[in-house]
Design a protein around this ligand. Structure first.
Ligand code: ADE
Length: 225
């Protein structure tokens, strides 16, 4: 998979791509991630990328031209399955959407900033709009990092134990069961006996029960859907 992320704040995105699973996946060649500074396509000597919005509303808008030129330059080099704009009024991101996106080859993630991007880009260039939650961030960068992380960990080879991403919370519509590590007893707090039993069938049954119980207790809404 190849991800091209377009932003006016490339430094804000650099760090999340340089740690943990996302970093290892890049080193293993599972994913290529490119962060593009929109200012490369800024206008004039000052490389201007934003301007006042028409209509008198306070706040700056990312301009149509730099965005269009940046995206079409990438599109001339390869075809993209989706051009995704991160926005609070997009479709709510969830695990099924992450699963779907992880099956694609080439994706552009477009980060807005200030008041947003010129709406003509949303109408004519963007193919999908994603929100990571019902709140407003200062820009799309943190949302792009969230979407990238959720997708990349699903790619074959990103996680050494291939089954581990499948047992994540939400993968089967349930929260994940609790996990424990050594020592088996600390401060008088014991790990459930069943996990020490060495019986895979009993352990699986316990984990399934726990997943269901925790979902009923903490996120009953997941069971409705
Ligand atoms: N940009 C600003 N707020 C956002 C959100 N909640 N999700 C995605 N992108 C955003």
């Amino acid at each position: 998979m190849r991800l091209d992320i377009i932003t006016v704040l490339p430094d804000l995105l650099a760090s999340p791509m340089q740690h943990s699973i996302v970093s290892r996946a890049q080193k293993k060649g599972v994913v290529e991630i490119f962060i593009h500074d929109l200012r490369q396509f800024g206008i004039g000597n000052y490389r201007k990328v934003d301007d006042y919005g028409f209509g008198g509303d306070a706040g700056m808008v990312l301009m149509v031209e730099p965005l269009y030129n940046m995206v079409t330059t990438l599109q001339q080099e390869r075809s993209y399955d989706e051009v995704i704009y991160l926005a609070p009024d997009g479709e709510l991101f969830d695990q099924p959407m992450a699963n779907q996106l992880s099956c694609l080859q080439n994706i552009i993630l477009l980060c807005g900033h200030y008041k947003g991007i010129d709406h003509r880009i949303r109408e004519h260039v963007v193919t999908k709009e994603i929100s990571i939650g019902n709140y407003v961030l200062s820009g799309g960068e943190l949302a792009a990092a969230v979407v990238t992380d959720a997708i990349v960990r699903l790619l074959p080879g990103a996680i050494s134990d291939e089954t581990s991403a499948l047992s994540d919370s939400f993968q089967d519509g349930l929260l994940a069961p609790p996990v424990y590590s050594r020592p088996a007893e600390f401060n008088g707090w014991r790990v459930p006996d069943v996990l020490l039993s060495g019986n895979p069938k009993l352990i699986k049954t316990w984990q399934d029960e726990q997943a269901l119980e925790r979902t009923k207790m903490l996120r009953p809404d997941l069971l409705d859907s």
